[in-house]
Design a protein around this ligand. Structure first.
Ligand SMILES: [Ca+2]
Length: 545
C-alpha cells in the first residue's frame, strides 16, 4: 500500500522528486496489524535506512510536506515553567450538511458568517470525509474510531431498505446499537479529567450516557426530531416543556452555552450534535421569508434550507460570543464537520456527484475545519484526505487522553494541525463498506441507478484515486479525483493496472477487518419488476454517467 501512494503522479512534483524510492513490498506484511503499522510509521521516521536515503532527504521531505498543507506551527516552544492548561474542546457536528453548504465552502445562497469567521481562524480540510454516507453508520465510525465492519452498524436500522423485489442480494443487517465494549473518545476524554457533554442527536443507542458522557440533552436513538423543529418533541424528556414557539436548533444553542457556563472552571468537551439540517425541512418563519425574498443562487436555491442553516450559524455566533465573554476562547479548540452529504432534494454538492446515501463524493465528502488557538495557524488549508475515524485519536491527542485498547482505524490529525509533518495521511488508503441498500430520493442523475442511492459496495480512496466495487455484479468504477472530482469518467478499462492494485488492496482490507460481503441471493428479487421500475423512471440502471 505504501508503494501505491509514493510513486504516483498525484504527488506534487516537489514531493515526488524526493519521495522514498525503496519502500519494499515486505512492508506490506505489516498491513492489517495496527501494531505493525504503528511500528512501521515510527521506523520510517527514526531510521533513514528504512525509508529514506539520508537525513537530508528526510528533512527536505518534511519541508515539502509542510508546504503542501500550508501548515505552520505558530506555537513557540512550550515554556516549561508554564502550568499546562488542558484545552476545552467544542465539537460542532451537523446532520446532513453538504460539502458546499457554507459560505467558506462556496455556497452562493446560504449565509454562514459565523462559521466563515471561525474557519478563517483555523485549518480547513478540503478532502475530509464522513465514515459513511448516512447517519448512524457515520456516527458509529466517528465515536469508535473504527470502520463499519468492526462496529457492524451499516445502515440506519437493520431492515432492508427499498423494494424487496429490486435488489439481487440479501443485505447484511448488522446492528443498530453501538456495542458497549467499544470505547468512544468520550470515554477516553472523560478518563483524562474532562467533563463531557452531548447535546442533540445521538442515534447510536437509547441513551448516550453509558458511552462516556457526563451530560446528555435530547440524545436518544431517534435520528431526527420526531415531530419536527417545533414542539411537541415526542419522548425526548428534556424537551417535554418546550414552549410552542421554540425552534429546536436555538434551544440546543442555549443548552450548549449553559453547559459551557456550568463547567467553565474545569476542562470540558462538548459534543454539540445538531439535528440541523436533517429533514423535516423546517425553518423559522421570519428567516424563511428573508430567503424567499433573496435572488436564488446558481448552486443553492432552497429558502427553507437556507433558513435552517442560518439558525444554526447564528447559534455558532452566540456560542463563540459566550466563549469570549467567559474568557475561554483562547483555550478552546473548535472542531466542525458533518455526518454525511447534503439531502439531495434540497441542496447540491456540485461539482461533486451524489448526495446523502450515495458513495460518490457528494455523499461522503464534508466541510471540516479545526480552530486550535495558538497551535494551528489561522487561514490554512489541508488537501490530504482525512476521515472521521481520525477524530478519536485526534481528540485523545488534543486532550492528553489515552488511546483505548481496541482496533483504531484512524490516525491523529494533530501533526497536521501543529505543523509537525507526518506522512501517515498520504501513505494510507481510506475505506467505506456498505453491505446494504438505500432507496432513492429521486435524484436519479446523482446516483448510480434510479432505484437506489446505493447498492451493496466497498469504496476506497488512495491518493487521487477512488475505487468503487458493487457486489451485485462485481462492477468496478475507478476515478481520478484530481482530474474528475465529479466521478464522470470510469477509468477501469483505461487504467487496468491501477484498478487491479487498488482492488487487491481493498480485498486485503476486507480480510483484515472481517468485512462481510453479501452473497446470498435475494429470493424476492424480480428482474422484470426491477426493469419495469427502471424503465418507468426513464433510465437504464447500467448507465455509468
Ligand atoms: Ca445524517
Amino acid at each position: 500500500m505504501f508503494t501505491a501512494m509514493l510513486s504516483k503522479s498525484w504527488w506534487p512534483d516537489r514531493i515526488r522528486a524526493i519521495a522514498p524510492s525503496h519502500i519494499t513490498s515486505s512492508h506490506r506484511s505489516d498491513f492489517g496489524s495496527q501494531k505493525g503499522l504503528a511500528s512501521l510509521r515510527w521506523r520510517r521516521f527514526i531510521d533513514p535506512s528504512h525509508s529514506y536515503t539520508s537525513m537530508r532527504t528526510l528533512s527536505h521531505f518534511i519541508i515539502a510536506v509542510l508546504i503542501t498543507c500550508s501548515v505552520a506551527n505558530v506555537r513557540a516552544q512550550a515554556n516549561e515553567t508554564e502550568t499546562p492548561t488542558k484545552p476545552n474542546v467544542l465539537f460542532i457536528f451537523l446532520d446532513d450538511f453538504g460539502w458546499r453548504d457554507a459560505g467558506f465552502m462556496g455556497s452562493d445562497f446560504y449565509q454562514t458568517p459565523n462559521l466563515d469567521a471561525l474557519a478563517a481562524k483555523g485549518m480547513v480540510f478540503n478532502n475530509a470525509y464522513a465514515g459513511a454516507a448516512n447517519c448512524a453508520p457515520s456516527r458509529a465510525c466517528l465515536l469508535s474510531g473504527q470502520y463499519s465492519p468492526r462496529h457492524e452498524i451499516y445502515n440506519v436500522g437493520t431492515t432492508r431498505r427499498g423494494k424487496k423485489q429490486h435488489g439481487k442480494l440479501m443485505h447484511v443487517p448488522g446492528t443498530d446499537t453501538l456495542r458497549k465494549d467499544i470505547k468512544t473518545w468520550a470515554h477516553c476524554v472523560h478518563e483524562a479529567g474532562y467533563r463531557t457533554g452531548t447535546i442533540g442527536k445521538w442515534h447510536l443507542s437509547n441513551d448516550p450516557l453509558p458511552y462516556g458522557f457526563d451530560f446528555n440533552f435530547a440524545g436518544t436513538h431517534s435520528g431526527s426530531p420526531p415531530r419536527g423543529y417545533y414542539p411537541p418533541h415526542g419522548n425526548i424528556a428534556e424537551l417535554k416543556d418546550a414552549p410552542k414557539d421554540e425552534y429546536l436548533t436555538n434551544r440546543l444553542t442555549d443548552e450548549a452555552i449553559g453547559f459551557i457556563e456550568r463547567n467553565q472552571q474545569q476542562p470540558w468537551f462538548l459534543y454539540l450534535t445538531h439535528f440541523a439540517v436533517h429533514t423535516p425541512i423546517q425553518g423559522e418563519p421570519e428567516l424563511v421569508r428573508k430567503y424567499q425574498n433573496l435572488p436564488p443562487g446558481k448552486l443553492h436555491q432552497h429558502p427553507v434550507m437556507a433558513a435552517m442553516i442560518e439558525s444554526m450559524d447564528r447559534g455558532v455566533g452566540k456560542i463563540t460570543a459566550a466563549l469570549d465573554r467567559l474568557d475561554l476562547a483562547d483555550n478552546t479548540i473548535i472542531v466542525f464537520t458533518s455526518d454525511n452529504g447534503g439531502y439531495g432534494p434540497a441542496t447540491s454538492m456540485a461539482p461533486l456527484k451524489g448526495y446523502k446515501g450515495t458513495y460518490y463524493e457528494g455523499g461522503i465528502r464534508e466541510p471540516m475545519f479545526v480552530v486550535w488557538p495558538g497551535v494551528t495557524k489561522p487561514g490554512t488549508t489541508c488537501d490530504w484526505p482525512v476521515i472521521n475515524v481520525d477524530l478519536l485519536p485526534t481528540f485523545c491527542s488534543m486532550t492528553g487522553a489515552q488511546l483505548p485498547n481496541q482496533a483504531i482505524d484512524g490516525v491523529s490529525l494533530t501533526p497536521l494541525l501543529t505543523g509537525q509533518a507526518s506522512s501517515d495521511m498520504q501513505d494510507r488508503s481510506i475505506y467505506w463498506h456498505f453491505p446494504a441498500y438505500l432507496q432513492s430520493y429521486a435524484r436519479t442523475d446523482q446516483q448510480r441507478d434510479p432505484l437506489f442511492r446505493s447498492r451493496p459496495c466497498t469504496v476506497m480512496r488512495s491518493g487521487k484515486w477512488k475505487l468503487h466495487e458493487y457486489f451485485e455484479d462485481g462492477d468496478l468504477e475507478l476515478y481520478d479525483l484530481e482530474a474528475d472530482a465529479g466521478e464522470q469518467n470510469n477509468l477501469v478499462s483505461t487504467q487496468p493496472d491501477v484498478a487491479k492494485r487498488l482492488h487487491d488492496e481493498m480485498q486485503a482490507w476486507r480480510r483484515a477487518t472481517n468485512a462481510p460481503v453479501p452473497s446470498t441471493p435475494n429470493p424476492n428479487y424480480d428482474a422484470n419488476s426491477e426493469a419495469a421500475a427502471i424503465n418507468k423512471l426513464g433510465r437504464n440502471k447500467t448507465s455509468k454517467k
